[in-house]
Design a protein around this ligand. Structure first.
Ligand code: MG
Length: 371
């Protein structure tokens, strides 16, 4: 099988709640890139990469498309089902920039699944869990407004809440405490600063919320308080709260180092940050071997990226997948049909071959085509 054509599209994903805010950043929509790959066998695959704006990770939407334009001409004629060969080729053509490669790798996996008539979760290791637990983001805003969201999200079936903080630490303490007061025993509060605090601010917040598990019977996690790995490690050594590393877990080597240092209890695994499903699966399997549970997700996306998350999470043992995110639930438009079904705080992909999604071409703007 050979790649005949690579087509690139884009779309804006506007937020249902009007905005999405974390740390000191806020956006009303996210610019996503969709890739379709057509083969000489008539099988086509699709992938998606959606950075969370240009200043969240070292990734941005125009960079995805510029990078794909650099890679695509030299991928014509390659066999998309030979995933490691494809990834070696991508690395030969462009050093680094893993997020640029993610949608291409995802589309090749989709083709492999369709040509094998198997859902991706089977190819990624098997359906280890029938449904994937989700968290709901409580976007950063006024503390009382954030607390008011909990009842609404619980009515939708969610029990895991990712509370966006990482701004002014005293206001953030209020955000976390007010949300916690609205939660029920056994529920999960993930205080995610998305790198926003300085080390001294993170220490103040960690100390101020340390008693919430006992006060409310909830599970409280502390996620990526600071920008650098070293600052996160220092904070980690001063708190007993379960600790999640996200933004600085950008490679297999970073995960190994942090595991050796005892720097975290969980890893937030984002598919595009690793460079696609091939590399994310490698890190997923390493984390399982190291005994490290994960939040399996991506930076953002619509139905296509969410399907990839679902297949990777389905094929991860439940004990190693704390929670994932169904990002298509946050947007006002659909860019593909066949997305994982979301119900009662879980999502599940069906047994359709590949990713199981079909792009809605009316929702996508053509950007470039390579053949
Ligand atoms: Mg995070």
């Amino acid at each position: 099988m050979k790649i005949e054509r690579i087509s690139v599209y884009r779309a804006d994903l506007p937020m249902k709640e009007g905005f999405y805010s974390w740390s000191t950043q806020s956006h009303s929509a996210f610019d996503t890139t969709v890739v379709t790959i057509d083969t000489d066998d008539g099988v086509s695959g699709t992938g998606e990469c959606c950075p969370l704006g240009p200043t969240y990770l070292p990734a941005y939407a125009d960079g995805v498309r510029t990078g794909i334009a650099t890679l695509a001409p030299d991928l014509i004629g390659q066999d998309p089902t030979q995933l490691d060969c494809v990834n070696d080729r991508l690395d030969d053509l462009l050093k680094g920039h893993p997020y640029v490669k993610s949608a291409i790798d995802m589309a090749c996996w989709d083709i492999l699944g369709k040509s094998a008539s198997l859902p991706l979760y089977t190819l990624l290791g098997g359906r280890q869990q029938d449904k994937v637990k989700l968290y709901k983001v409580v976007t950063r805003t006024d503390p009382d407004a954030m607390a008011a969201r909990i009842t609404e999200y619980r009515a939708q079936g969610y029990r895991n809440f990712q509370v966006k903080v990482g701004a002014d630490p005293l206001t953030d303490i209020s955000r976390i405490r007010k949300v916690a007061a609205c939660m029920e025993p056994g529920e999960v509060l993930n205080a995610d600063a998305n790198t926003g605090w300085k080390q001294h601010e993170a220490l103040v917040v960690a100390d101020a919320i340390k008693d919430l598990p006992r006060e409310h019977g909830i599970l409280v996690y502390f996620e990526q308080p600071c920008l650098t790995y070293e600052a996160c490690l220092a904070v980690r050594q001063h708190t007993d709260l379960p600790f999640v590393l996200d933004e600085c877990m950008d490679s297999l080597g970073a995960v190994l180092r942090a595991s050796h240092d005892g720097a975290m209890d969980l890893v937030n695994l984002k598919i595009s940050r690793m460079g696609g499903l091939t590399r994310a699966r490698q890190v997923r399997d390493l984390c399982i071997s190291l005994g490290l549970p994960m939040n399996v997700e991506d930076s953002w996306g619509g139905e296509i990226a969410t399907a990839a998350i679902a297949h990777l999470a389905h094929s991860t043992p439940a004990a190693f997948q704390l929670q994932s995110s169904a990002f298509h639930e946050y947007a006002t438009i659909d860019i593909a049909q066949g997305a994982p079904v979301v119900a009662d705080g879980y999502m599940s992909a069906d047994d359709a071959p590949g990713l199981g999604v079909t792009p809605i071409m009316d929702s996508l703007t053509p950007v470039a085509e390579f053949s």
